[in-house]
Ligand binder design. Structure first.
Ligand code: ZN
Length: 234
């Protein structure tokens, strides 16, 4: 079942390992087949070296296992809430990548300091509020998702494919598993550069709205001109 999606999700899991975003088995990627209403997610605690497409666990949007003998990633509940609340996304990536996690632990959103950031993230990468004791003692994984949804009240998830969960780490998303993994890798690079920028110049407020717009809309939206997909513009 969902062979193509399983392979894409496995490949994205390996991609974030190749880029140094994952220690041991900390990260997880899932992807969704919107027509089937089914999610493929990395199994919990299985070493990446031996992971196969068959190991991916298939669940419905309520977390009921439809196919698979392994337990799904323990972060499944957060992934599922994001799929239910953000209907345009096709995949979710969670890592504890070092620099993005440092910003999450500091409780700071990542300012848009430069054009690398602006090419991918339309504005500061937001950080959630801290979870309350009741949130943590209750359905913690689901409540982590709720903290993200609350933070995105006025933010378009298509224009901001990443969030920092306060005291925890980033979640990223995209149209496909490969796309979401790509965003997670770029987020880590942007977080690293932002750390150096803030260190070198604590007064830096970020790039202008004009430069942010110039770079973001070069790659996104109906007037995008970057890359080969609209060859008549190049
Ligand atoms: Zn985590």
């Amino acid at each position: 079942m969902l062979d193509e999606l399983r392979s894409q999700v496995l490949e994205a899991n390996l991609e974030i390992v190749r880029h140094g975003l994952v220690l041991y088995t900390f990260g997880n990627v899932s992807g969704i087949d919107r027509q089937a209403g089914l999610v493929a997610i990395k199994p919990s605690g299985v070493s990446y070296e031996i992971m196969t497409p068959e190991d991916m666990v298939i669940t419905d949007l309520n977390g009921k296992i439809v196919e698979g003998s392994l337990r799904p990633s323990s972060d499944l509940g957060t992934h599922l809430l994001l799929y239910r609340e953000f209907p345009s996304i096709g995949a979710v990536v969670h890592t504890h990548s070092e620099y993005a996690t440092a910003w999450a632990q500091a409780g700071r959103s990542i300012p848009a300091y430069g054009t690398t950031h602006a090419d991918y993230f339309y504005g500061p990468v937001p950080v959630t509020d801290e979870l309350s004791a009741a949130d943590i003692n209750g359905d913690y994984v689901h409540n982590t998702g709720l903290a993200i949804i609350r933070r995105f009240h006025n933010i378009d998830p298509d224009a901001m494919p990443a969030v920092l969960v306060a005291g925890h780490a980033p979640f990223c998303w995209g149209k496909t598993a490969s796309d979401a993994a790509h965003n997670a890798v770029v987020l880590e690079a942007v977080a690293r550069m932002a750390f150096f920028t803030a260190t070198l110049n604590p007064d830096q407020q970020g790039i202008s709205q004009t430069l942010l717009d110039r770079h973001y809309f070069r790659k996104h939206g109906t007037n995008a001109t970057y890359g080969q997909q609209r060859g008549n513009h190049l």
